[in-house]
Design a protein around this ligand. Sequence first.
Ligand SMILES: Nc1nc2c(c(=O)[nH]1)N[C@H]1C(S)=C(S)[C@@H](COP(=O)(O)OP(=O)(O)OC[C@H]3O[C@@H](n4cnc5c(=O)[nH]c(N)nc54)[C@H](O)[C@@H]3O)O[C@H]1N2
Ligand SMILES: Nc1nc2c(c(=O)[nH]1)N[C@H]1C(S)=C(S)[C@@H](COP(=O)(O)OP(=O)(O)OC[C@H]3O[C@@H](n4cnc5c(=O)[nH]c(N)nc54)[C@H](O)[C@@H]3O)O[C@H]1N2
Ligand SMILES: [Mo]
Length: 760
Amino acid sequence: MTKSQADNGFRPHSSHWGAFSAGWQDNRLVVKPHPGDPDPNPLLQNFPAALRHPARIARPMVRRGWLERGPGPDGDRVLDLLGDELKRVRDTHGPGAVFGGSYGWASAGRFHHAQSQVHRFLNMALGGYVRSVNSYSAGASGVVLPHVLGPVEQISRRNVTWEQIVDHSEVVIAFGGMALKNSMVGAGGISRHVERGSMRQARARGCRFILVSPLRGDLPEEAGAEWLAPIPGTDTALMLGIAHSLVAAGQHDVAFLERYCVGWEVFEAYLMGRTDGQPKTASWAAGITGIAAEVIDGLARQLAGKRSLVVVAHALQRAEHGEQPVWMGLVLAAMLGQIGLPGGGYNYALGALGHTGRRANVVPSVGLQQGRNTVRDFIPVARIADMLLNPGQAFDYNGERLAYPDIRLVYWGGGNPFHHHQDLNRLRRAFTRVDSLIVHETAWTATARHADIVLPCTMTLERDDFGTMSTDPLMVAMHKIAEPYGEARDDYAIFSALAERLGAGAAFTEGRNAQEWLRHLYSEMRDMLAEKGHAAPDFETFWAQGELMLPTMPDDGGMIRAFRDDPVGAKLPTPSGKIEIFSATIAGFGYDDCPGHPVWRAPVDVPDARHTLRLVANQPATRLHSQLDFGGHSQAEKSRGREVVRIHPRDAAKRGIADGDIVRLFNPRGACLAAASVTDGVMAGVVQLPTGAWYDPEDPAEDMPLCVHGNPNVLTRDVGTSRLAQGCTGQLTTVEVERFDGNLPPIQAYEPPVPATAAE
Ligand SMILES: Nc1nc2c(c(=O)[nH]1)N[C@H]1C(S)=C(S)[C@@H](COP(=O)(O)OP(=O)(O)OC[C@H]3O[C@@H](n4cnc5c(=O)[nH]c(N)nc54)[C@H](O)[C@@H]3O)O[C@H]1N2
Ligand SMILES: Nc1nc2c(c(=O)[nH]1)N[C@H]1C(S)=C(S)[C@@H](COP(=O)(O)OP(=O)(O)OC[C@H]3O[C@@H](n4cnc5c(=O)[nH]c(N)nc54)[C@H](O)[C@@H]3O)O[C@H]1N2
Ligand SMILES: [Mo]
């Protein structure tokens, strides 16, 4: 922040979607992007209306049904009640009956980061909790990539940069695109949005972009991309077709495959049809993908012999057999021989987030120490409903045979499972199986509404913190802009008070208040910088300046470049030390749904006579997930108060749907309303409804209520990607769409629940 902004009463702050300053003008909150940001994110404009919106939670609440089973609370004794419940579960069932997965993005500030707070509290006060592993973002890739190339973070975040694309790439083929809406977001805060400008510059130099996606908007106009729209979920077949064309034309890089990879021969036998009698030719792929064989052949010619870059978006692996396109993209890039060269090769998830394509800071970002978790049980994160519905049941995961624990209490802070999980009607049933669901929230999300105890907490603008992410150099002093809403308290204050009741007060707080923690964490950052020979100002100076520019590493291509330069001295962290086109480890697990090399497996969830369209449920452009859905920008982009579903003119005409009509999307799992936007920016046969509209059941008492607002997770399937990774498959499913001519039910999602359930 510049000094003059601070003088005008504007104070620095940060969010996952951008750095900014905020202040008050005529009693209204005004938010201004950081002056150094060349392409600020419009999501910043969700803040002003959200800050004092009635959807905020003003006071603690306890569900009446829950209370009737126990002693009633009075005054603000909710914490006593909750402390007693935590003691009961700890002492009678042990910490292994507590699920503290608490997945979610929370806020950018690193001290008040809600999951870090929840996990530290559960470790200190209960001795631990059942945790979740991996993410909804990279559920399949996070498991398959370490077997075949390396840790997903290294491959997505320390690899090809936008600088390299500007200077070196000749062809970039982006499976799932690199939508600007997505790269505008980065966990911990992002200060400069460089993607649009980089694509413009690369194109001006002559770089060609190829977009493989159901949506034209998945690359910006600046990229000038050629747009190919295969049937969603068929990218692996398309890549196999390209691979076959390369081999048929003798254009694959045999020297690279020999020197840097293992298992080419096994895979080649499959590719050429020697193992299953089916050569994976361009015309075979055409029959599956809907892309003409000549086009597939042409892609092979365009990519071969050039500085080509293969990008695979997270989205592709958030689907049935999601491991396959991630692995096959790598194999395709290996065949092209550019892996490890500047601007070439393979970059998983480049452009899916603002973390990628940038130089890393010389020091990692700091966070709250988590303490020790004594519980060994865990689940792959997206198996939560399976766990709650089937305690004791066995499941496969990454070569292990595990069993679901028996959970009595679920503790959530900083995430919204009624946003992020699939098949919400099933999730609702799952949550009824636990004794207590405890939620800390800033606003009345569906998760808060389903909780037994809700504790209102401050939102980021209501507390001091600092924001930093390991691939953005700007560390921001996030000044408090407003007083807490109602009785909202910081997660830290709530946990400190609870830890006290559980006899772990001193262990949890280490005697520090929030301000002292900020200083403490900052001093850790300063020490790390000093160790690397970089001076940083003291806390007071940092706070007064409002920001600190951190030093960054050279743009060196990370682990993958090092391996290319020296395959013996800088082996990959795979069992063979090389790229594994065939993985003996994975083959050894014996999973038919994820064998030892990439394969095409037809999905189970495909259109039928009654459900003829594919639904793409992707990330929303108008907010981060479900956060601040009640904010100004998110609301302004809705139509008649509903989330917008995009449908191709041909599909709309067939159903008598006009632009702006309210439609009903349905399948056997559920139904929701949305407002139709008729556009040829989405391929025919596909409708796209982003995630994040707050779940709004017309009649919550029903088993399968209509969501009147447009949350696609009432429609998605709650099944794992495969036995290997058990990742989330929420991106794609099958639906039917019809015009909705009934009376339009009101939106109730943002109205606080009836106060009869108040704790007092
Ligand atoms: N169908 C389908 N589903 C998907 C996806 C998809 O592509 N398709 N994508 C998935 C992906 S990649 C992800 S990452 C997930 C995202 O899922 P989530 O991360 O769960 O979504 P958010 O809306 O960011 O949830 C964060 C919650 O934290 C709250 N919060 C913010 N600050 C604080 C705080 O300081 N304290 C507390 N206690 N709470 C706070 C916010 O109000 C919000 O409710 O969704 C997944 N779900
Ligand atoms: N504005 C905004 N940005 C975000 C987020 C947000 O909520 N809002 N969330 C952030 C998070 S947590 C994550 S993990 C990333 C997610 O990054 P991604 O998962 O990559 O993002 P999505 O928008 O879900 O999907 C990208 C595109 O893939 C395309 N696609 C879907 N299915 C297929 C398919 O089968 N084949 C092909 N070729 N393309 C397909 C869709 O058209 C979609 O727009 O985004 C991040 N960025
Ligand atoms: Mo994500």
